[in-house]
Design a protein around this ligand. Structure first.
Ligand code: PGA
Length: 263
């Protein structure tokens, strides 16, 4: 299947404008255009504008890390999807740090996903269970509830363009960074596609892109990208390191070339 691998670097609340500019410059020097890999950078909201002026758009696309679901109005401190629509291609929505630290509910995530789609920004919807939920055997229920609410207001046509990032909370570096077993990740990727198939039909299930995220590094990314139905990775800490991020892109490019040979 000739589908590009999507690699998203989530810089989180790191790097001021000049530090971001230095990283973009270094990445640009080290990373070539890879036909089989779509590379996306997600700087802080503050850095989106300057980074958008500096990136080579043949190589990189931009993602926001969050936005507010109302299009405009008296919402002090917020930035809307409407304001971002000409600048970014993607927006990360429902990241576990937002769900846990900023009390984002299933319904908030649903409203943000709708607002992104309304403003022609592709949502990267993060879903995943906590350690406690996994230990209690609730992983699939949690994933099911997160999926069903996030997509509640969308049509099947809209859903097929969305990106889903499976990020077990306990595997994210912020929350412990345990390395997830490939078999466990495969089981949940299959489950996600089965749920989408059941709810929205086989074509949507085949077209929707599913990424893995959770302490992905240049050493581990190949294993996850080789899982069936895995379309890429959402990378946190390693995306702040020019060498590690470049290494991840190189591995993704090789995995894509191997896929082309097999198909
Ligand atoms: P990590 O973060 O790669 O640092 O674990 C991933 C994420 O939070 O998206």
């Amino acid at each position: 299947m000739d589908r590009k691998i999507l690699i998203v670097g989530n810089w989180k609340m790191n790097l001021n404008v000049s530090q971001a500019s230095i990283l973009v410059h270094r990445l640009d020097q080290k990373i070539k255009i890879h036909k089989g890999v779509e590379m996306v950078l997600a700087p802080s909201t503050l850095c989106l504008q300057p980074v958008s002026m500096e990136i080579d758009r043949r190589k990189f696309r931009l993602s926001a890390q969050d936005a507010y679901y109302k299009d405009e109005g008296a919402y002090t401190g917020e930035v809307s999807f409407t304001m971002l629509r000409d600048m970014v291609s993607y927006c990360i929505i429902g990241h576990s740090e937002r769900r846990l630290y900023f009390n984002e509910t299933l319904e908030t995530v649903r409203d943000k996903v709708s607002a992104a789609v309304r403003n022609e920004i592709t949502p990267i919807v993060c879903i995943g269970e906590t350690k406690t939920e996994r230990t209690a055997g609730e992983t699939k229920t949690v994933i099911h509830d997160q999926l069903i609410t996030a997509f509640a207001n969308l049509t099947s046509n809209e859903i097929e363009n969305i990106v889903i990032a499976y990020e077990p909370v306990w595997a994210i570096s912020t929350f412990g960074g345990e390395i997830a077993k490939p078999n466990d990740v495969q089981e949940i990727i299959n489950f996600i596609r089965d749920q989408i198939k059941h709810l929205f039909g086989p074509i949507v299930a085949q077209r929707v892109r599913v990424l893995y995220g959770g302490s992905v590094s240049d050493q581990t990314v190949g294993t996850y990208l080789n899982l069936s139905g895995c379309d890429g990775a959402l990378v946190g800490a390693a995306s702040l390191n020019c060498y590690k991020f470049t290494g991840i892109i190189d591995v993704a490019s090789k995995v894509h070339q191997t896929r082309l040979k097999i198909s």
